[in-house]
Structure formats: C-alpha cells, structure tokens
Design a protein around this ligand. Structure first.
Ligand code: UDX
Ligand code: UDX
Length: 480
C-alpha cells in the first residue's frame, strides 16, 4: 500500500469545528502546513488578530494553541482557491444547517455549502487529493461528493473520507488533545485504505493508535448522528424524570446520582436542565428522523423525534412555571436572565434554551434583562430576530411574530449581573456559568422586589442557602 505522507492541509470553514480542530492539528504536527479558509472575511480577520481576545470563538485554552502555531504552520486566509490547490488533504468543515425551505424543510440538512465546496475543489484541483468530511452529514453524503468531484473535475482522483468531530464546545481544546476516539471512515478499496492511513498518520502524532477507529464511510457518517442522538436522548430522559420528580417530591439530582452509579448506565450526561441546545443535537436528530422517514421506517423516526419533543416540552415547562408562579402574568415585570449561551464556557448561542424561554415570556410582554459573561448584545438581538422569522417547533410556532422595535423596548442586555438583577421580580438561570455561584446573593436579595423568585434552570445554586436568605426558589426536578 502506497501511503502518502501529508505535509499540506487545507480546511474550508473556520467555525467552531474547523478553527479549533485545525489549530490543534497544527500545534501537534509542526511539519504540516495547515491553512484554514473561510468565505467570511471578518471571521478570517478575527482569527488573524494580534489581540488574541478577539478570536472569533471563545474556548478555554484555544488562544494559547493559536498563538503557538499561527504564522508558523497555521494560517487563516480567504484565498480558498490557492489553499485548495496547494493542499494534499482538504477538510470540509462548513455548516450544514437544517433546511428552512423546500423539500425536507425543518428536517433535512441543507447541503448547499457542501456542494459548493465540492464544485470548487473539482474546478481548482490540479492533482489527486484526499477530501475529509468533518461536518456532520447525512449518511451517504460522501457518495454525493464523489459524484460531483469525479464528474466535474479535471480527471484528478479524489478519495473521500468521513472523519466526524466529536468535540464539545467549552472543552474543545481538551477534547481535541485527548479524544476518547478519532473516527475515520473510508472506502474498502486499496486507494481508500491508503487514504485512511494518511489521515491516521496525521492523528497518530498525538492520539494513541488504539484510539483511532477506522470503519467504512457510511458507518462513520451514521456513527456521528447516532452518538449525538444517544447523548441528547440521555438529557431528554433525565429531563422527563425531572417533571415526575417535581410532582412527587423526589430530587432529580439524587436520582441521577443513584442510577449513574450503575456502571452500565454511567454517571455522565445525566444533568437535568432547562433543555439542551447547541448547533448539533437538534439538527442531527432531525436529520436522523428525516433519514428514517426517507427509508420508510416511521416507527424508528417517531422514536427519535420524541427526544426533541421532550426537549421542547422542558423549555416550555420552565417558561410556563415562571409565568404561573408570578401570579399568571409577567406583563411589564422585570425578569433577569443569568446566561444566554447554550452551555457554560462558550459564546455560542445556537439553539440555546434561553432564547426559547425568552420568547415565551416576551409573548406575555415581560421585560427581560440579560447578563451573560461572553455573549454580546448584538448576538442576543440577532437570535431574537432570527426566531421571529423561523417559528419552527411546537411551542415557538404557537407564538406570534413580534416586531423588533417592541423586542428592543422589552429586552435590555447588561454588562454587570447586579444591574440586571436590581429591582427584578424574578431571576432565571439559563446557563451554568461558574461565576453565578459566587455572587453575593444577600445583596441581590436586598435589591430585588419581594417576593424575590429564583428559577434555577441548571440547579447550580444552593436551594437551602437561597431559601435561608429569603428567596422563593424553583429548581428543575426538585419538589418545593
Ligand atoms: C459546522 C456544522 O454546524 C457542524 O454540523 C459540522 O459538524 C461542522 O460545521 P461549526 O464549525 O460550528 O459547525 O459551524 P460554523 O461556526 O457556522 O462554521 C462554518 C464556517 O464555514 C463559517 O465560518 C462559514 O463562513 C464557513 N463557510 C460556509 C464557508 O467558508 N464556505 C461556505 O460555502 C459555507
Ligand atoms: C455535542 C456533543 O457532545 C459533541 O460530541 C458533538 O461533537 C457536538 O454536539 P456540544 O453541543 O458542544 O457537543 O455540547 P454538549 O456538552 O454535548 O451539550 C449539549 C447541550 O446539552 C447543552 O445545552 C448542555 O447544557 C446540555 N446538557 C448536556 C444537559 O442539559 N445535561 C447534560 O447532562 C449534558
């Protein structure tokens, strides 16, 4: 087998996946030139900013990794053609959002960016290349890529690998440095196996060989969707139990701890919350559901769809509890939001539960005062605006479109948590940022309207301590 040693890598898409993944490959493989390209000029300028606080993505430890390799063997550029031309291996890491129009609307993945990449690679390439799908894609996308590359190319040979990324945001650098496993899927032919080996050799610079799993392409593609579906299912399962705990007086954290001690179940990913968010879980499950329907497996599709329905219900349940508790109306009441990001240690807000809770409260014309340590005001308003035009999902659909001027009157974004909570009727904790635990809750209480309510959607505060101060406290999955 004639395995090519890779010395030049290009990655198309400088987002949450492409940026950190390439930064770590460059850090661990100083002999490989890595160029990350993106159509978005501002994003590339931010990646190149000498002030590392301006990197477009906030991830603990990322700035150090970028600082070490940037302009040594890690480059960020908008010259896509040149980077493709020079590379032996091209990672595709562009986004694959859920379709918002046409066939498969609201369910299927939109592959238009992937297709554009394939056409560009076919047009520009002057020699054989290995293409690596990093984006999460529906099963059999590799085949579509191959068709485009071989029918529109200049006679060059392309090997398509699937190597989905399993990093989680907020721990991306840690996950990339020490992954549970790296997955590489490729063709069973000699050429396919040789391409797999080329990528194995890249990762083997820092990942133990036994943690690099190789499969056929389709298994790899499906494994990514399945992993995310299983993870999301755990969250929906514990959230379903949280509703029962609230009715019965059991404590969901105690239940999670007790079942997690069973090594067959395991302790991780059993944290009940206001609902999962992030760019992947919902999109990937919708995608899986769409695939199952496409292959005429309606029972399987319905089974997985229930994970999303339960998640929508959890967000709705939380918002409804706030309204019910505040004497059935939040109109004109000041509600402080601690956190907007979909989880701690990231500035990412895609599919964040906070947005959906905000929407339900805004429908009742609440005044929302948001504080998040990393999310910008611009982003929060962009999220609210996007939602108005994309009312997909059971409860969001029930809401009516709101005018952005009205939303701007009702929503205020703060840089200081204490001003956000000052004179508030209630506080909702939507993200589990560590700093929320360290606040001077006595001071917060003194400055709030009474009765002072806390709705902890992440169970990060101490119910006993807050009650002692005088707060009325509502947690997820804990009786009164
Ligand atoms: C995305 C997908 O959401 C995920 O499913 C997949 O696994 C990896 O890619 P992420 O990196 O978080 O994840 O997306 P995003 O931060 O939106 O980055 C994608 C980048 O690709 C953007 O910066 C966008 O400008 C760029 N892009 C998109 C291109 O450069 N060219 C295109 O044609 C389309
Ligand atoms: C996820 C997968 O973990 C990762 O492997 C894949 O590559 C991308 O999708 P990510 O979305 O970054 O990563 O974050 P993750 O830590 O999985 O959290 C997703 C959501 O679930 C967050 O909103 C989080 O708050 C929530 N969650 C997670 C819970 O509510 N409870 C838990 O126990 C775990």
């Amino acid at each position: 087998m004639n395995t090519k040693t890779i010395t030049n890598i290009c990655c198309i898409g400088a987002g949450y996946v492409g940026g950190p993944t390439m930064a770590v490959i460059a850090e661990k493989c100083p002999h490989v030139k890595v160029t990350v390209v993106d159509l978005n000029e501002q994003r590339i300028a931010d990646w190149n900013d000498t002030d590392l606080d301006k990197l477009p993505i906030y991830e603990p430890g990322l700035a150090d990794v970028v600082a070490e390799s940037r302009d040594r063997n890690l480059f960020f550029s908008t010259d896509v053609d040149q980077a493709i031309d020079e590379a032996e291996m091209i990672f595709i890491s562009v986004n694959t959002p859920t379709k918002t129009y046409g066939v498969g609307k609201g369910m299927a993945a939109d592959l238009k960016y992937i297709e554009l990449c394939a056409r560009q690679i076919a047009r520009v390439s002057k020699d054989d290349k290995i293409i690596v799908e990093k984006s999460t894609l529906p099963v059999r996308t590799a085949e579509a890529l191959r068709t485009i590359l071989t029918s529109t190319g200049n006679g060059n040979k392309f090997q398509i690998l699937s190597s989905p990324e399993f990093l989680a945001e907020g721990t991306a650098v840690q996950d990339l440095h020490a992954p549970d496993r790296v997955l590489i899927g490729g063709e069973e032919s000699i050429e396919g196996q040789s391409a797999i080996q080329s990528l194995v050799d890249v990762y083997a610079n820092w990942v133990p060989r036994e943690n690099i799993v190789t499969t056929r392409v389709w298994s790899s593609e499906l494994s990514k969707l399945t992993a995310n579906a299983f993870l999301a299912q755990r969250v929906s399962s514990i959230n379903a139990i949280s509703a029962l705990c609230e009715r019965t007086g059991a404590d969901v954290d105690e239940v999670a701890h007790a079942i997690g001690r069973d090594s067959r179940i395991g302790a991780k990913f059993l944290k009940s919350s206001v609902g999962f968010g992030g760019s992947c879980f919902q999109k990937d499950i919708l995608n899986l559901v769409y695939l199952c329907r496409h292959f005429n497996l309606p029972e399987v599709a319905d089974y997985w769809e229930q994970v999303i329905i339960m998640n929508d219900y959890q967000k709705h349940r939380f918002a409804k509890n706030v309204i019910d508790t505040l004497f059935n109306t939040v109109t004109g009441k000041k509600i402080a939001f601690l956190g907007w990001a979909f989880k701690k240690d990231t500035n990412d807000t895609r599919e964040t539960a906070a947005l959906y809770v905000a929407d339900e409260l805004l429908q009742d014309r609440a005044e929302i005062h948001v504080y998040d340590p990393k999310v910008t005001e611009e982003q929060i308003f962009a999220d609210l605006e996007y939602l108005q035009n994309h009312r997909i999902g059971k409860y969001v659909k029930q809401g009516e479109e709101m005018d952005m001027d009205e939303i701007r009157n009702l929503v205020t974004v703060h840089n200081d948590p204490y001003t956000a909570m000052h004179s508030a009727h209630a506080i909702s904790i939507l993200t589990e940022w560590d700093e929320f635990k360290t606040y001077d809750w006595q001071k917060v209480y003194n400055e709030m309207l009474k009765p002072a309510f806390v709705f902890d959607g992440r169970n990060i505060t101490s119910k006993e301590e807050l009650k002692e101060i005088g707060f009325e406290v509502y947690n997820i999955g804990k009786g009164k």
